[in-house]
Write a protein that binds this ligand. Structure first.
Ligand code: FES
Length: 68
């Protein structure tokens, strides 16, 4: 993991629940492949915005990593 990966991992995906990209990548690495699984594991989507801001980012992450 280089410095750029570390910086990338610190980017917030769910602002409401302060869940960073590295947390999602860790769960994806353990086999999670759906939006529902990631939401349940991280609390993302349960903030005041109701997931409006983070859902597209989570779906993009799943798309990039081969999930759905
Ligand atoms: S940004 Fe994730 S619930 Fe609002």
């Amino acid at each position: 993991m280089d410095q750029q990966d570390i910086i990338e991992g610190l980017k917030p995906v769910c602002l409401c629940r302060n869940v960073k990209k590295r947390v999602f990548l860790k769960h994806i690495a353990t086999g999670m492949r759906t939006l529902e699984e990631l939401r349940a594991a991280t609390g993302a989507g349960s903030g005041p915005c109701g997931g409006k801001r983070c859902t597209p980012k989570i779906l993009a992450l799943l798309d990039e990593t081969g999930g759905k």
